[in-house]
Design a protein around this ligand. Structure first.
Ligand SMILES: Nc1ncnc2c1ncn2[C@@H]1O[C@H](COP(=O)(O)OP(=O)(O)O)[C@@H](O)[C@H]1O
Ligand SMILES: [Mg+2]
Length: 262
């Protein structure tokens, strides 16, 4: 592996990331590349540090050492908000919508760069504010259509099922029109009737809308269905990578998962 990989096709390049929690080395020298247009799976037993890795890529957690490039730019010292501005969207493993706000209102919180957020525009460019609000509203309605939430638009988020919360989370992220989407266990806690639909929407985002996606998922069937490439983590390191059908048969990977069951 070359030390300085420079490639326009790499939307994310994480080089030698290490993260300690106190005396515990959670992530140990991890490299990870996300290639333009791909759907990459990040799998591994519970506690492998998938979410920790994910949080560092999203900017909500700083590595102790290592470098993260997003579309070529070194974002290692930038926070999560700046990375959203660079067209990176991330979901949370356990979505926490504002419970008393409606589904529509929750989705609108994902809109970026609204003129209404700037005092100058509110005072002197009310037309621009109105236009932005109208565009955001139209976009939110389109996303509710896409994600099967339209009938719940005016319900408080507190009434949603686990699966519907995952869909709401996806809608909120998509409001900012990200190019790179990081999904942390989009199928966890989702009942089987919605699972298929969530899968289909994720596939559509990748294949039809050209979004580049990194997905953490425990469900191997889903990984096999969604992903062209998989990286396996165990105890904070890369254990294997390749196409799903190969990785699933890899003895080291099987051992890591069996160890978890024992
Ligand atoms: N904020 C934190 N403080 C201390 N330990 C943490 C923290 N976040 C995660 N860990 C620990 O790091 C390890 C990896 O956690 P996590 O990244 O959530 O794993 P995964 O998502 O693969 O299940 C676990 O042992 C967990 O207890
Ligand atoms: Mg996790």
């Amino acid at each position: 592996m070359t030390e300085h990989r420079r490639n326009d096709d790499l939307l994310i390049q994480a080089n030698r990331l290490t993260r300690w929690f106190g005396g515990f080395k959670a992530v140990d020298n991890m490299n990870l590349d996300l290639i333009l247009g791909e759907m990459l799976g990040l799998i591994g037993p519970n506690g492998a540090s998938k979410t920790t890795m994910f949080n560092m890529l999203a900017g909500s957690l700083r590595p102790n050492s290592g470098e993260i490039r997003l579309m070529g730019a070194d974002v290692s010292s930038e926070g999560a908000d700046k990375r959203i501005g660079r067209k990176l969207g991330r979901s949370f493993q356990i979505p926490k919508p504002f419970p008393n706000m409606t589904v529509l209102e929750n989705i609108l919180t994902g809109a970026q760069n609204q003129a209404g957020e700037r005092l100058f525009d509110v005072c002197f460019r009310p037309g621009a504010v109105k236009r932005d609000e109208q565009a955001a509203l139209e976009r939110a309605h389109g996303l509710m259509d896409f994600l099967l939430l339209s009938h719940l638009a005016n319900e408080p988020a507190s009434v949603l099922s686990g699966g519907q919360r995952k869909l709401l989370e996806l809608a909120r992220i998509l409001m900012a029109d990200p190019e790179v989407i990081l999904l942390d266990e989009p199928a966890a806690g989702v009942n089987p009737s919605l699972l298929e639909q969530i899968n289909d929407r994720i596939i559509e985002l990748n294949q039809k809308h050209g979004k580049t996606i990194l997905v953490i998922e425990h469900n191997m069937d889903m990984i096999a269905k969604l992903c062209s490439r998989v990286v396996v983590m165990a105890t904070g390191r890369e254990l294997a990578q390749g196409i799903p059908s190969d990785v699933i048969r890899n003895p080291d990977v099987i051992r890591a998962y069996l160890g978890e069951d024992a």
